[in-house]
Design a protein around this ligand. Structure first.
Ligand code: HEC
Ligand code: HEC
Ligand code: HEC
Ligand code: HEC
Length: 459
C-alpha cells in the first residue's frame, strides 16, 4: 500500500470517528426567531430530532374514571398514611396508574407490595413511593410558579421505569494519579449531564441542593464586592450547559447574550427557570436526599448519597416536559395540597439576646446570617470592647433531620459566619473562640427553626 493511500485511509477513519463521537447534525435545521431582528435571539431546531422526541414523549391513555361514592380508603385498608383522603375506587385506580407509570415491566403491584399483604411496608419501594406521592402533591400545589396548571405525575419523571432516566449523585470524579499532577480540580472529565463540556462535572452539588445565587457578575465596580472567583464562574457555565441540554434549547432561550446578567434583556423563560432552580433544590433537600436511609446500598451514589433530581429528570431534552401535555387533569388526587412540610414553612426567627447568651438563627441548610444579625453583633462588639480580657465563645447547632456529617459541617459554617462578622467588626480573631457544643444538646428533634442556631457567650 502506498504511503499516500495509507495517509488517506487514516484521515478517512479519523473523520469517521469524529462524526461518530461528536454530535454533528445533518442540515437542514429550522430556525425560529424569538426576539428582535439582529439580536441573535433564535432557536435552531432539527426537525428529525424533534420528530423522534415527539414520538418518545407520547403519554399513556388515562385510566377509565370510577363511580363516586365508594367508602373511604381508610375504612377498608390498614396502613394508609398519605392517601387517606381518597375513596376506595379512586385509591385503587391510582394504584393501577402508578403501576403503569413506575413499574409496568417488573412485577407490577409486587414492585411495591409483598404478596397478599398489601398493608406491609417491608419493601423499600413502597416506603419511597409514599414520600414520592407527597412530593408530587407538593410540586403541583406549591410550585405552580414553575409547573403551572400542567403539573406533574409520576410519569413525568419515571416514564415507565422504576429509576428515572436522569438522576444525579455527588460525583467524586474519575480516579487520577496522586498529588497535584492528578488533580482535575473537579473538571476535564466529560460528563453527559453538562453536555460533555470541559467544565466542572458536578455543578449539581453546588447549585441544586443548597440555596444561593448562580451568578458570576458583581453588581459593583471591580474590585469591590464580587465574591465570585474563576472556579465559581466555571461551575456557573457548567450548570448553564445542563440547563440548555436538559431542556434541549440554546442559551438564547433564556438570555440575550449581549448580557447574560441582565434580567431586563432576558426572556420570560429565564424567570420560569429561576423558579425551577429553587424548586429542584427544595425537592432534593427536603424529599429525595433525606430518603437515603430507605434505599438499599446499591441504589446509593459512590459517596453514599441518595439519587437526586435535576432539570433533565422531568424535562428529558424538551423545554416543556412531555411537550406540555397535562396528565394531572385526569388525576386530581395528585394535585391536592400535601401536608405542609415543616422544612418548607416556618420563617427564620430574628436573633435574640437571652440573658448572657446571644442566639442567631439560620434558614434550612444555610449558613447565611439573618438580616437583623448586625444589631446583635454590635451588642457583642460593645461588650468585647468594654472588657478587653473577655473572649466570645461561638457554638453552632443544627436540626436533627438530614445527613449527620453534612449537618456538622453546616453547624461549623454557621459558627464561622458569626466569627467572620465579629472579626469584620474589628474584634481580633484570637478573641473569638469556636467551641463544639455538648453533643446531645445540639439537636432539637426534627426540623425546628429553633434548632438551626449559633449561640454566642462573652466571658
Ligand atoms: C410504585 C409503588 C406501588 C405500586 C406499583 C403499587 N402500590 Fe399499592 N401502595 C403503594 C403505597 C406507597 C401505598 C401506601 C399509601 C399510603 O400510605 O397512603 C400503597 C397501598 C396500597 C393498598 C392499601 C393497603 C393497606 O391495607 O394499607 C392497597 C390495597 C394497594 N396499595 C393496592 C395496590 C395494587 C392492587 C397494586 C397493583 C395494581 C398496587 N397497589 C401497586 C405503592 C404502590
Ligand atoms: C420529580 C421527579 C419525580 C417524580 C414526580 C416522582 N419520582 Fe419517583 N423517583 C425520582 C427519583 C429521582 C428517584 C430515585 C431513583 C432511584 O431509585 O435510583 C425516584 C425513585 C422512586 C422509586 C424507587 C425506585 C427504585 O427501584 O429504587 C419509586 C418506587 C418511585 N420513585 C415511585 C414514584 C411514584 C409512585 C411517583 C408518583 C406518585 C413518583 N415516584 C414521582 C423522581 C421522581
Ligand atoms: C432555561 C433557561 C436558561 C438557559 C437555557 C441558560 N440560562 Fe444562564 N441563567 C439562567 C438563570 C435563571 C440564571 C440566574 C440564576 C440565579 O440567579 O441563581 C442564569 C445565569 C447565568 C449567568 C450568570 C449571570 C450573572 O448574573 O452573573 C451566566 C453567565 C449564564 N447564565 C450563562 C448562560 C450560558 C452561556 C448559557 C448557554 C450555555 C445559558 N446561560 C443558558 C437561565 C438559563
Ligand atoms: C418536577 C418536574 C420539573 C423539574 C424538575 C423542572 N421542571 Fe421546568 N417545567 C416543568 C413543567 C411541568 C413545565 C411546564 C409548565 C407549563 O405548562 O407552563 C416546565 C416549564 C419550564 C420552562 C418554561 C418553558 C417554556 O416553553 O415556556 C422552563 C424555562 C423550565 N421549565 C426550566 C427548568 C429548569 C432550568 C429546571 C432545572 C433547574 C427545571 N425546569 C426543572 C417541570 C419541571
Amino acid at each position: 500500500m502506498s504511503f499516500r493511500l495509507r495517509v488517506w485511509i487514516v484521515a478517512a477513519v479519523a473523520l469517521g470517528v469524529a462524526i461518530a463521537v461528536l454530535r454533528f447534525e445533518r442540515p437542514p435545521i429550522d430556525v425560529t426567531q424569538t426576539g428582535y431582528r439582529g439580536l441573535g435571539m433564535e432557536q435552531p431546531v432539527n426537525p428529525r430530532i424533534r420528530a423522534a422526541l415527539w414520538e418518545a414523549n407520547q403519554i399513556p391513555a388515562p385510566q377509565p374514571p370510577v363511580q363516586p361514592g365508594s367508602p373511604p380508603a381508610t375504612s377498608v385498608y390498614q396502613n394508609v398514611k398519605v392517601l387517606g383522603d381518597l375513596d376506595v375506587a379512586t385509591f385503587t385506580r391510582l394504584m393501577v396508574a402508578i403501576t403503569e407509570w413506575v413499574a409496568p415491566k417488573e412485577e407490577g403491584c409486587n414492585y411495591c407490595h409483598v404478596g397478599a399483604d398489601l398493608a406491609s411496608d417491608a419493601v423499600y419501594t413502597k416506603v419511597v413511593s409514599r414520600r414520592m406521592i407527597e412530593m408530587t402533591r407538593h410540586i403541583n400545589a406549591d410550585w405552580k410558579n414553575h409547573v403551572a396548571d400542567t403539573g406533574v405525575t409520576c410519569y413525568t419523571c419515571h416514564r415507565g421505569q422504576p429509576v428515572p432516566a436522569e438522576i444525579w449523585f455527588a460525583d467524586p470524579g474519575p480516579k487520577t494519579a496522586r498529588g497535584a499532577a492528578g488533580s482535575r480540580a473537579g473538571q476535564n472529565a466529560p460528563a453527559m449531564s453538562i453536555a460533555l463540556a470541559s467544565l466542572p462535572y458536578d455543578p449539581f452539588s453546588a447549585y441544586l441542593l443548597k440555596p444561593g445565587a448562580i451568578r458570576v457578575q458583581g453588581d459593583t465596580a471591580l474590585p469591590a464586592g464580587n465574591p465570585h472567583d474563576l472556579p465559581d464562574t466555571e461551575r456557573v457555565y457548567a450548570m448553564m450547559m445542563h440547563l440548555s441540554d436538559g431542556l434541549g434549547v440554546n442559551c438564547t432561550f433564556c438570555h440575550n447574550t449581549r448580557s447574560f446578567f441582565s434580567w431586563d434583556a432576558s426572556t420570560p423563560q429565564r424567570t420560569t427557570a429561576y423558579h425551577g432552580i429553587q424548586m429542584v433544590r427544595d425537592l432534593n433537600a427536603n424529599y429525595l436526599d433525606p430518603l437515603r436511609p430507605a434505599y438499599p446500598p446499591e441504589r446509593l451514589g459512590p459517596l453514599g448519597d441518595a439519587p437526586k433530581a435535576n432539570c433533565a429528570t422531568c424535562h428529558q431534552g424538551v423545554s416543556k416536559p412531555l411537550f406540555g401535555a397535562n396528565m394531572l387533569k385526569d388525576y386530581p388526587e395528585l394535585a391536592a395540597a400535601g401536608k405542609p412540610l415543616a422544612a418548607v414553612a416556618p420563617p427564620t426567627p430574628a436573633p435574640v439576646v437571652r440573658g448572657e447568651v446571644v442566639i442567631v438563627y439560620f434558614p434550612v441548610a444555610s449558613a447565611a446570617l439573618h438580616n437583623e444579625a448586625p444589631a446583635v453583633i454590635a451588642v457583642l462588639v460593645e461588650k468585647l470592647k468594654a472588657n478587653p480580657q473577655a473572649k466570645a465563645t461561638v457554638s453552632g447547632y443544627h436540626s436533627a433531620t438530614g445527613d449527620a456529617a453534612a449537618n456538622h459541617e453546616l453547624a461549623k459554617n454557621r459558627a464561622m459566619s458569626v466569627q467572620a462578622a465579629l472579626v469584620a467588626a474589628g474584634i481580633p480573631a484570637d478573641r473569638v473562640v469556636l467551641e463544639k457544643p455538648v453533643a446531645e444538646q445540639a439537636n432539637i428533634v426534627g426540623e425546628s427553626p429553633e434548632a438551626r442556631r449559633v449561640e454566642i457567650t462573652v466571658k
